[in-house]
Write a protein that binds this ligand. Sequence first.
Ligand SMILES: C[S@@+](CC[C@H](N)C(=O)[O-])C[C@H]1O[C@@H](n2cnc3c(N)ncnc32)[C@H](O)[C@@H]1O
Length: 217
Amino acid sequence: MAINREHVERVYTTYSAVYDKVWGRVFRESRDAVVRNLNLNPGERVLEVGVGTGLCLPLYPRSCEITGIDVSEGMLEKAHIRVKEQGLTNVTLLNMDAGDMSFPDSSFDVVIAAYVVTAVPDYRKLMSEMVRVSRPGGRLILLNHFTQNSRIIAAVEKAISPICARIGFRTDLSVDQVINGWPLVKERDQRVKPLGWWHVVECINAKEMVSGAPGHA
Ligand SMILES: C[S@@+](CC[C@H](N)C(=O)[O-])C[C@H]1O[C@@H](n2cnc3c(N)ncnc32)[C@H](O)[C@@H]1O
């Protein structure tokens, strides 16, 4: 089943009422471990794509400028409430498609996608835009489930992917499939403890200063 933007909006807006209770818990430790260890410098401009209900937002240093985008109005409403309740004056939230962003090239020092690569309709558009809007030498961070090396598990993940797509994510993408072909230098690919089911992939943007978005090989 193909995921399109309307499907994503509908699914995640439906989820928004229960998302923090269900997925907030499942993802909490990995989200905490990754965001708290980004070692952000004061003043760095961070873009979080697919910000959802904003569970990561309180974890960023207040000295950084955070922009969060999402296509689901329901998820964004929850994020707005969190920002207000926690007085996160360093955060800006926008309804924007991560596959077609309106930011100028090289606007951010760090671009992070937490559990989003497998939830978007087209991961290539997402990657193209993440590369475009992050500055040369900037960091791209992907926190996600990716397929395993084991052939049997990978076959199961491929088989269940169309079913999972109906409920908002796919399970058949590998790290290489997502990052190869872009001007990215992979700095780390680590499984996040305790479950080890999620990977944190950190890349440096090695695009030419003068060129725009690269083509995907
Ligand atoms: C699994 S949730 C992750 C939310 C959040 N990052 C977290 O850590 O809880 C995936 C999010 O990606 C958003 N999303 C999916 N496709 C998108 C797109 N093309 N542009 C922006 N957001 C998108 C969904 O609306 C949803 O909020």
